[in-house]
Design a protein around this ligand. Structure first.
Ligand SMILES: [Zn+2]
Length: 261
């Protein structure tokens, strides 16, 4: 007697016969969605380009907390459009922009960013631009938004290589927060920090790798870093007062990038 013909319904790899459930396909789609903490500065602009390179759908979020450089928020719309226009695929991927009002953060933080005080170094070794726990708060709000938007990947431009000593920019802080957010929201968020281990010159190089000279020029000209909100003085490295710590860091990074250091 001839052997029974193979039954295509039962002989296939059992893993291959499991139909994709709506939740599985939903999860797969969620895996390709990203949210970028986008302030309009050089770092977050580079992170937006990085996210558009790596993910299928990218949304952005900005925070208004009474910062003195609110002009940074005004740069966001133009910068978002200019970055996405670099590449038709990026334009397709760019999704909604969100702005979250955190005025209470400004009210809580008596710092040079939120009141009209001179920017200087405090006795604790931190510049008085430090808003305590700012990145923890931003990332927690971003995660809540990501939850509601079915987004798994959250991208932030924090960096502990050449930064101002903010403890909430450190790699350990971000990793601990990822655990806390995933436990607290019963999720599998991934917090990405593409700039964590590179300096400002290397951030410009990453920008060039992602989008060439056009993207570099867009971010140089349209992103904003200056703590004082100066958009009237243009330098080789972009707009700014040229005196504040953010301008100094940006100018030095640009100089090193230009010199190929
Ligand atoms: Zn400045």
């Amino acid at each position: 007697m001839a052997a029974e013909p193979a039954n295509p319904q039962t002989d296939r790899n059992p893993l291959m016969t499991i139909p994709a459930s709506p939740s599985a396909s939903h999860q797969a789609a969620r895996n390709r969605r990203a949210l970028v903490l986008f302030s309009g500065g050089q770092d977050s602009a580079t992170c937006l380009a990085w996210a558009l390179h790596h993910f299928d759908h990218v949304e952005t979020v900005g925070f208004a907390y009474g910062q003195r450089h609110a002009v940074e928020l005004e740069c966001r719309t133009t910068l978002r459009q200019s970055i996405s226009a670099q590449n038709p695929a990026w334009a397709e991927k760019l999704g909604e922009d969100h702005t979250i009002d955190l005025a209470s953060l400004g009210a809580l933080s008596d710092t040079a960013l939120t009141r009209d005080a001179e920017i200087s170094m405090g006795e604790n070794g931190l510049p008085n631009t430090f808003v305590p726990g700012r990145n923890l708060i931003f990332l927690t709000f971003a995660a809540a938004l990501a939850f509601r938007r079915s987004i798994r990947h959250i991208i932030t431009g924090v960096c502990e290589t050449d930064y101002s000593g903010y403890p909430d920019c450190r790699d350990d802080t971000i990793k601990a927060l990822q655990v806390a957010l995933n436990l607290g929201m019963e999720q599998r968020f991934v917090l990405h920090t593409p700039l964590m281990w590179i300096n400002k010159a290397q951030t410009w190089r990453l920008c060039h790798d992602l989008g060439g000279a056009d993207l570099t020029e867009t971010i140089r000209h349209e992103s904003h870093s200056c703590y004082k909100g100066d958009r009237t003085h243009e330098h080789a490295w972009g707009f700014g007062c040229g005196d504040c710590p953010a301008c100094a860091l940006r100018a030095e990074g640009w100089r090193q990038y230009q010199e190929g250091a």
